[in-house]
Design a protein. Structure first.
Length: 153
C-alpha cells in the first residue's frame, strides 16, 4: 500500500477473467495517491481518506449496473460514493470490458484500466460529465493525470 497521509487505497481483484499484474496494481495505487493528494491536500484534520478499487468479472458488473443504474448490460466502470467515516467510496472495474475497449481504441490494457480507475476516482471526488462544461473539466483532469504518468494518448 502507498503510504501518504491523505489516503489509504485498498485494491481487491475478485475476478479471474483477465490477469492483472502487480506492476499495474502498484501503478494504480500511485495514481490514486497522487490524485487524492492533489485534490484533497496532505491530510491534516480532513484525512486520511480511504478509497477501494475493486476488479470484478463481467456477470458481477452487469448485475451491479442493473441494480444501481437500471441498465441491463455490462459496463466498464462504476463509482459508488460513500463519504462516511473518511471512506470516499468504491470504484468497480471490469477488466474484461477494459480489454475489449483497449483493443477497440488501439492502446494497452494498462492505459485503459488506468483511465477507468482515474475516471472512477474523479467521480468520487465530485467530477461529472452531465454537462459539456463538466465533461470537458473531467476529461482535462483525466488526461493531465494520465499524461503525467506517461499514459497519454
Amino acid at each position: 500500500m502507498v503510504e501518504i497521509t491523505a489516503a489509504e487505497i485498498e485494491i481487491c481483484d475478485l475476478q479471474e477473467e483477465v490477469a492483472l499484474n502487480s506492476e499495474l496494481l502498484s501503478q494504480l495505487e500511485e495514481l490514486y495517491a497522487i490524485i487524492l493528494r492533489d485534490e484533497l491536500g496532505s491530510g491534516g484534520t480532513s484525512g486520511p481518506f480511504v478509497v477501494s478499487l475493486v476488479f470484478v468479472d463481467r456477470p458481477t458488473i452487469r448485475s451491479l449496473n442493473a441494480q444501481f443504474l437500471g441498465r441491463q448490460k455490462p459496463t466498464d466502470v462504476l463509482s459508488f460514493p460513500m463519504e462516511e467515516d473518511r471512506f470516499l467510496g468504491e470504484v468497480v472495474i471490469s477488466p474484461t470490458e477494459a480489454l475489449v475497449q483497449a483493443r477497440e481504441y488501439g492502446h494497452s490494457l494498462q492505459r485503459e484500466i488506468s483511465f477507468l480507475a482515474v475516471h472512477g476516482l474523479l467521480h468520487l471526488l465530485g467530477y461529472g460529465h452531465d454537462s459539456p462544461q463538466d465533461r470537458a473539466r473531467m476529461r482535462q483532469r483525466e488526461e493531465e493525470v494520465l499524461e503525467a504518468y506517461g499514459l497519454g494518448r
